[in-house]
Structures are given as C-alpha cells and as structure tokens.
Design a protein around this ligand. Structure first.
Ligand code: SDX
Length: 434
C-alpha cells in the first residue's frame, strides 16, 4: 500500500519546560492525526487511551465511517448504494482490489472463489471431533485455525502468490465451513458446495439441502442474505479487525489471524450482539414489557444493556441498520410472515428508546445487530448461527485489512506499552521467613 497521508502542520506542547513539536497529517475524509510515534522518545512520557477512543492504529484506504453523519463507505462507495446495486463477489473484489471489477475481472474472481469452496476430506473428520452440542462459533474458532494445518502451502506471508491463494481459500471456504458447523449441530450430513451456484445461494443450499429431497434456492431470500453479507463485510478498525491486524503484525499465517478475529467477534459486545439482541427481544416477550427493560438499560446498577443499541463510532443512526430493517421487511414479505411479534417489539422498542432522554443524550441508536437477528431467524438460521454469518461476511474485511497491513512498508509488530501501578520493586523473602 502506498501511503497517501498529507502533512497538515504541527502541534507543539511544553513538557517539563521543553517545547516539543509533533507533525499533523490529513487523509481523504475524517479528523487529522497527530503522529505520536516518537512521543516517548521526545518527551519520556507514554500516552494512555484505553479502548483507543482517540487513537488511530494505522493508515487504511479500505473503509471510512463518519459516526456523526451516519456514513459508511467501502473504497469510497456508500454502503446503501453497494447493498442495493452490487453483490457479494463484486463487493469482495472491491474491498480487496480497491476498484470495482470489469466484467472479465468479475467473472475471473467469481471462478477463482468458486473453485476453492471445497475442503479437504480429512477436514470433515477433524470437524466431527466436536461435541454435537458445541456452539457453532466454538467450532468456527477451531476449524478456521486448523486450516493452516490443511493448507500449509499457502501460509508463507512473504510470497504474494501464496497470499493470493490463501485469500481466495479463506473467502471461499468460510461458507462451506459455516454450513458444516450448522449441519453438524443439527445432526445432518454435510452438503458439498456446487460450482453452478453463486456464492450466497451455494451457502444456503449447503445449509438447507437434505438428501431426501431437492432444494430450490429462493432468489428473494438469497438476494436478501447477499445484501446482509455486504452490510457486514468491513467496518474500519473494529475490535475483531484490530485483533486480526495485531495477530498479523507478528507475521502469523492468515488462517491463524482470521481465527483470532472470529474469537474476538464472538463477544456479545461485538459480533455476538445479533444473537444477544434476538434473545433480548424474546426475553422482553411483549410490547407492554418494553418500559421495564428500558428502565433496566438506564439503571447504572443493572448490567443489562439494550443489545443492538449503541456504537463506539456511530453517534447517529447506523446506516447498515436502515438497510437491514428494509431487508427484514423484504424477507418477511417474501415468506408471507404477517405476524412477527419480535419485529413488533423491536419497532416499538426503537421508537420508545429514540424518544427517551437517556438514549438521546448518549446518542444511542440501533446498530446493525438490532434487526439482523429477526431477519436471519426468518431465513431459517438458529440463533447460535447468527454470529457465524457475521464472521462469514467479515472474513472479506479481515483478509483485506490483513493484506493491506502486510503490504504496508511501515508495518511493524504491534506492541503497546502500559502505565504500571503494581507493587514497587522488592526483594524475595523465603517462605520460612514470611
Ligand atoms: C458491533 O466497532 C464496530 O464497528 C463494531 C461493529 C462492526 O461492524 O464491527 O459495528 C459491530 O459490534 C456493533 C455493536 C454491537 N454491540 C451491541 O449492540 C451491544 C450493546 N452496545 C453496547 O455494549 C455499547 O454501545 C458498545 C459496546 C457497542 C459501545 O460501547 P462504548 O463505545 O465503549 O460505549 P460505552 O460502553 O462507554 O457507553 C457509553 C454510555 C455508557 O453510559 P455512561 O457510563 O456514559 O453513563 O452509553 C451507555 C453506557 O452505559 N450505553 C448503553 C448502551 N450502550 C452504551 N446503555 C444502554 N444500552 C446500551 N446498548
């Protein structure tokens, strides 16, 4: 990646009577940055920023979020335009390459991905070592990490050709492994990928095909799921992407890095929120119990939070949530589901929360996870598969960000410092003298 940051002046500060200057740089969109890479060397001080609320970890040209305006761009294209007009394969190409593909480039990339969807036969035995009641995300953490044991010929991160193959294998095999995790958890036989189907419809047939009868992919549902995957593909330096970058900074192989990202995404504060949000709506159970739960969410002494609400960056409506709500209505209409109590609760909860002073003052809006659970359940997926679907889509962003980091000439191993407040230095005392 060629750096495109531009000098934008300096800032200076007085540290212990000494004036110190730091360079300010600007990017395409978003706040300028102060380069503090020499801050400790020049001042003898560390900076402290738990949760990295004010810290940029890297330069990136992939995704941009304006949290105040509720804007999300993939390589400069607004997310709603991509969700409306593009498809998974084309957006994956865009995130990896930086430009939308020509027809030939699209067809070649689609072919490359399609012909990497199968997994090694021995992989099925590996995955069958899990208990049948294992959470599918637990299976995904282990199975994706194990890919480096099966595809050792594409783990040399210094070889651009091996990085290309590993990238295609990762994107291509995630649906196959995700479908295997689902089939394994419901006690059904694994279904092989088919080369005559598109990416998302192939995933759906691997999940829902049973040998006892033919399976016909519903195009409306496949298009809705494809749109949902696009919404989840990338999101700047979120927790799981930062995990992938930190793991990759040690030159670990890409399969291990993606497995680390999956583990981080599983947390209910992050990708696990879609599963938690649906469980929350089910727990609320009826519209008349919403005020009770809104009060719990506002009560500092109560750990309960409205899952699917709030965001570190969005202090406006998450643009993905709007598209997700629309996809939710499309799926329910296509399935002729007229009465979905959880959707009624979600719509009323959103209305009440957005009028409540607490949520208004803290700028808490529905995020992508608020409506996704209702949609995914209507598509036929069990709740414990929701974060697996998030990981399937986010794999594109993770591998694009990993590639960008590996190709960044300024890339170094990530090694944060700390402020130490533990015991002062002291000498050891033998146990018989304590
Ligand atoms: C994702 O980073 C990404 O981009 C993530 C993601 C992606 O695509 O990768 O967008 C995907 O992870 C979406 C978020 C999914 N998580 C949830 O929906 C879980 C519920 N949300 C919260 O846990 C919370 O909003 C976070 C974790 C999402 C953000 O936490 P922050 O930025 O650290 O904010 P905070 O916890 O400091 O909250 C600020 C205030 C606090 O009150 P005060 O201490 O200031 O009084 O808002 C309150 C919080 O108590 N608050 C909530 C709330 N979220 C924040 N109160 C009630 N319900 C909530 N959901």
């Amino acid at each position: 990646m060629e750096s495109k940051i531009k000098p934008a002046g300096n800032v200076s500060m007085n540290v212990s009577g000494k004036d110190v200057e730091f360079g300010v740089y600007s990017g395409t969109h978003g706040p300028n940055v102060v380069d503090i890479s020499k801050f400790y060397k020049d001042t003898g001080l560390f900076t402290l920023d738990p949760g990295f609320t004010s810290t940029a970890s890297c330069e990136s040209q992939i995704t941009f979020i304006d949290g105040d305006e509720g804007i999300l761009l993939y390589r400069g294209y607004p997310i709603d335009q991509l969700a409306e007009n593009s498809d998974f394969i084309e957006v994956a190409y865009l995130l990896l390459d930086g430009e939308l593909p020509s027809e030939n480039q699209y067809q070649q990339f689609k072919h490359d991905i399609t012909y990497h969807t199968m997994v090694h036969e021995q992989f099925k035995n590996f995955l069958s070592g899990f208990r049948r009641d294992a959470h599918p995300m637990a299976i995904m953490c282990g199975a994706v990490g194990a890919l480096s044991a099966f595809y050792h010929d594409s783990t040399d991160i210094n070889d651009p050709e091996q990085r290309r193959i590993a990238t295609h294998r990762m994107i291509a095999k995630m649906p196959t492994i995700a479908a295997m995790a689902y089939k394994y958890s419901v006690g059904q036989a694994f279904v092989s990928p088919r080369n005559d189907l598109g990416y998302t419809e192939n995933f759906m047939q691997m999940c829902f095909q049973v040998s006892a009868e033919d399976y016909e992919v519903n195009r409306v549902l496949a298009d809705a799921l494809d749109k949902i995957f696009i919404l989840h593909m990338d999101h700047e330096q979120n927790a799981s992407t930062s995990t992938v970058r930190l793991a990759g900074s040690s030159n670990a192989n890409p399969f291990a890095c993606i497995a680390a990202g999956i583990a981080c995404l599983w947390g209910p504060s992050h990708g696990g929120a879609n599963e938690a949000a649906l469980n929350m709506l089910a727990e609320i159970g009826s519209v008349d119990r919403i005020p009770e739960y809104v009060a719990k969410a506002k009560d500092k002494s109560d750990p309960f939070r409205l899952m699917g609400f709030g965001h570190r960056v969005y202090k406006n409506y998450d643009p993905r949530a709007k598209v997700m709500q629309q996809a939710c209505h499309e799926v329910l209409d296509a399935l002729q589901i007229k009465n979905e109590p959880l959707l009624d609760i979600a719509l009323e909860l959103e209305k009440i929360a957005l009028e409540d002073e607490y949520f208004v003052e803290k700028k808490l809006y529905p995020n992508i996870d608020f409506y996704s659970g209702i949609t995914l359940r209507a598509l036929g997926f069990p709740t414990d598969m929701f974060t697996v679907l998030f990981a399937l889509a986010r794999t594109v962003g993770w591998i694009a960000q990993w590639s960008e980091m590996i190709e960044d000439p300024n890339q170094r191993i990530g090694r944060p410092r700390q402020i130490y407040t533990g015991a002062p230095q002291r000498d050891f005392i033998n146990r018989n003298q304590r």
